[in-house]
Design a protein around this ligand. Structure first.
Ligand code: ZN
Length: 257
């Protein structure tokens, strides 16, 4: 008698569609952090040429990634990489931050931990392109310019830190850091407004950024982590000093003990 086995015939897998391969390649670029949140893709004509595919195949791939929430339609009509984690971490937090100053300090405390991690990984993983971006953004931040407004400096500061995060090639880290920086935009502007009146502190921050850049470029993970730690420690002290006394965090049981 023939034995009944739990196996079924295997169907020949359908041929992979071109648009699947395109979507896969784009997803890979997002997941390894090459295409960071907010990154605008080139126009369809240019992109189709680079992939060596027809525009309808490309369009199908783009629409599929949009449907999955990885891409969104950017201003001007093209596609840009979505900030994947940002909406989930920002919406409830924005509300808390507006009402409780110490919640803002908690966000910076989180940023502190993540920046140390980002700097360590960036030192170990930065590509040549990452290094070039880091240098460019550092120069943009350090460039002494008269009549520079605090918002512009805060923006350049964020761009530099995001370049470090992007060089970590950890997609979770990159997206969370983008979310945090969006969240902190207003508070960093206020910090820079306060600091700008004090050239010694501006120099101090500039030296901290330089030390971070140098360690990452040298591939020294430990020094990079330490530089990020010193910088965020300083930023936290600045933000804390700014917070009105009554808004400061109530002592927690552990530290009061
Ligand atoms: Zn900074």
């Amino acid at each position: 008698m023939e034995e009944v086995l739990p196996y079924r015939a295997v169907a020949t897998p359908p041929r992979t569609r071109l648009s699947d391969s395109i979507a896969e390649q784009l997803e890979q670029l997002i997941v390894d952090g090459t295409l960071a949140p907010g990154h605008a893709l080139p126009g369809e004509r240019v992109l189709a040429q680079k992939f060596g595919v027809s525009r309808p195949s490309l369009r199908e791939a783009l629409l599929r990634l949009e449907a999955r929430g990885l891409l969104k339609v950017a201003r001007g009509g093209g596609f840009a990489v979505t900030d994947v984690t940002a909406p989930t971490i920002t919406d409830p937090l924005v509300h808390l931050l507006q009402r409780h100053a110490h919640a803002e300090e908690d966000v910076i405390e989180l940023r502190h931990g993540l920046e140390v991690l980002a700097a360590q990984h960036a030192a170990a993983r930065a590509t040549r392109a990452d290094r070039a971006t880091l240098k460019r953004r550092f120069e943009a931040l350090a460039a002494p310019r008269a009549r520079r407004d605090a918002l512009e400096v805060a923006q350049a500061d964020a761009e530099f830190h995001l370049a470090v995060a992007e060089a970590s090639h950890n997609v979770a880290l990159i997206h969370v850091m983008h979310g945090l920086h969006n969240l902190l935009r207003t508070s960093m502007r206020h910090v820079w407004e306060m600091l700008y009146a004090d050239p010694a502190r501006v120099r101090e921050l500039s030296e901290q950024h330089r030390a971070l850049l140098k360690a990452v470029l040298a591939g020294d993970a430990q020094a990079a982590g330490e530089a990020a730690h010193r910088h965020l420690q300083y930023v936290r002290e600045c933000v804390h000093a700014r917070a009105p006394a009554k808004a400061k965090r109530p002592k927690r049981a552990a530290s009061a003990g």
